[in-house]
Ligand binder design. Sequence first.
Ligand SMILES: [Zn+2]
Length: 411
Amino acid sequence: MTNIEKNIKIKETYAATMLKRTSQICRVFTCKVQYNHLNKQQRQQLKMMFVEAKWMYNYILNLSQDNNNDIFKLKYTDLNNITHLDKDKNIVNVSLQYLSSQMKQSVLDGIFSNIRGLAKAREAGLKVGKLNFISEYTSINLKQANVSYKIISKNRIKIQGIKKPLRVNGLEQILSLSDYDLANAKLINKYGDYYVAITVYTNKENKNKPTEIIGIDLGCQTSVTLSDGRKFNCRVEESEYCKNLRRKISRCKKGSNNRYRLKKKYRKSNAKSINRKNDFARQLNHILKNYIVVMQDEQLQQWSRYRHGKAIQQGILGRIKSLLKNNENTIVLSKWFPSTKLCSCCGEKVEMKLHERVFVCPKCGYMEDRDIHAAKNMVWFYKNIPYAEHIQDFAEIKNQLDVIFPSVFLS
Ligand SMILES: [Zn+2]
């Protein structure tokens, strides 16, 4: 086969795959490598892959800073022998022996796409810096299923470049699916543990669209309140151990080895609470799957700056928001809707202070828990104001409310 024929064939296969993907959903399964079951050689190989990837990344970055080099012309085969700096900043020549050719290619692709991304952002007028040298490479792309990686059994996976298969937890999640396509995977080094995150495509289930509407209010006192009165709280407090570590880090000299070591330790022990937050967000997302969800685009960033500080940092509102926003049945209302202030019975605007937890309408006497009231109002806006989800400015909202409650609201 000539090169041209080969290229045409690759293009055709790619197009066919893309067509297939439109009827599929993408899921990622992360499996933890059982480090204590690895032999000495495997541990060394895993470790060195990430070290070599880091060397390679920094080496290419260094080349790119010299204007005489066009790094986009680089091929991974040019990168068998590279240089890196040792502890004392001396230049050392090394030949890469742990990274497979596909891994080298993916490190190269990664840095290309980073540079292109920055260039695009700059074109769009954003203020961008330049790429920095890295002290850790954390994710190696395993491009091709059954080549760069291969699932051997329900707890073994083979990685290109590592002789014996690795023992992992969690593969049965994939193997128990009735029908799936393996896409790429990522070998991840996170807080000193190793994971393989496998991307899988499965066929879309033909589910009926939900019809029931539910409002959701995100707040600091209670994390999540639904318009049907359910409340969910997730406060993951920082452990004493973590607090201590943080104090120690702040006392360490910047850039010192000790600080680096402590930071690594901190990230690892903090990972548990991060996992708990993620878990909470996912469970909530699962509950909300059966509803059309109405939420408000509140500005979390401003909250954290002015009013609630740490409560938000430790909270999970951001996670919930981003999960919900990806859901096709979520309706996001503009932040200008007066969901807390409006009495939707009589149209009265009730000013409320932050600490007041119960909504009481002085005009008609309507009373309700503050958060539940806000969540109910979101549903009310969606049902009663035409095209509510498309309205962005306050004047228009006021006009619409004036129609429903003539000369009451904001009068
Ligand atoms: Zn009222």
